[in-house]
Design a protein around this ligand. Structure first.
Ligand SMILES: [Fe+2]
Length: 299
């Protein structure tokens, strides 16, 4: 049991703050072939097809811990950057991915080891940076989406991106610098971040992929976006969308990324997502271990 204390200042209370984005829900990228998508996302990455929703042939939702990838059938969409995954075991991941390489021959599929994990490319070019669960780096996440990184043109003012998320959305956001250069970050719920990095190799073409977030204060950002003409879809009572990120000081357009914005009253908020243990095998089956627990003990 943790020691109790009445001393103020002992705990870092600010580290618990989420800001206005209280949940990161999903990344949506269309795929042209669900058979190849099943080979890659289910057999290779070891993820779980949502057994309750989108079970037909025109869409598939894939559980990644408490986040999802949405893969409607259509012309392939590619995130301009990469999606960072936390996985329980990178060694077993590599073995699974090597096992499906033949199925994905002739596609953009590929993998290579990095200094702290495995980088994988899906059959249509989406990049996944997979890292082993680590409480020091990813908290209690054992399986999940820890970040979505968007590459933006080198001249884009990252401070304007920070201002947009802080002042329009009410999110925690900031500017940092690492060995790869400066980047803007935005807090997505308790465990994930949206990251923007400048790069020379970025396409201006936006193909329509989107992310989904949930806001605690739903109407405040809505009014600010509406005042600026930035609401792109009035979806329903619990949801709207925007896609243009502007500097609120200068009104300069900075990045395009569609955000599906939900309230905490959305019927799917806090939905339980099932995840399977991909290590279960017909010839090495362990009774009682079909499910995967997607969290580690809190550090
Ligand atoms: Fe969506």
């Amino acid at each position: 049991m943790k020691r109790m204390t009445s001393m103020p200042g002992v705990f870092d209370r600010a580290a618990e703050d989420l800001g206005n984005i209280v949940q990161f829900g999903h990344v949506n990228v269309a795929v042209p072939d669900h058979q190849l998508a099943t080979a890659f996302y289910i057999s290779g990455l070891g993820l779980t097809r949502d057994p309750f929703m989108m079970t037909g042939c025109d869409n598939m939702w894939v559980n990644v811990g408490q986040e999802q990838l949405h893969l409607p059938l259509g012309r392939a969409q590619v995130v301009r950057g990469c999606i960072e995954l936390v996985v329980p075991d990178t060694g077993r991941l590599r073995t699974r991915l090597e096992g499906i390489a033949g199925l994905l021959a002739g596609t953009q599929f590929g993998l290579h080891e990095t200094e702290d994990g495995i980088e994988v490319r899906c059959p249509w070019g989406n990049r996944f940076r997979c890292r082993a669960a680590d409480t020091d780096r990813f908290g209690y996440m054992r399986l999940g989406i820890s970040a979505v990184q968007l590459d933006v043109a080198e001249g884009v003012d990252l401070r304007g991106i920070v201002r947009f998320y802080r002042h329009i959305i009410g999110a925690r956001s900031g500017l940092e610098h690492d060995r790869y250069g400066p980047f803007a970050w935005v807090s997505l719920g308790a465990s994930a971040r949206l990251v923007f990095r400048g790069t020379r190799q970025v396409t201006d073409h936006y193909d329509g992929h989107h992310i989904q977030i949930t806001l605690a204060n739903f109407s405040g950002p809505y009014r600010k976006l509406l005042d600026r003409g930035l609401i792109s879809e009035e979806s329903d009572q619990h949801q709207y969308r925007f896609r243009d990120i502007l500097d609120p000081q200068t009104r300069e357009p900075l990045v395009i990324l569609e955000h599906e914005v939900r309230s905490m009253r959305h019927p799917m908020y806090g939905r339980t997502l099932l995840n399977r243990n991909p290590s279960q095998m017909n010839d090495a089956y362990v009774p009682g271990r079909d499910s995967l627990c997607c969290t580690l003990p809190m550090p």
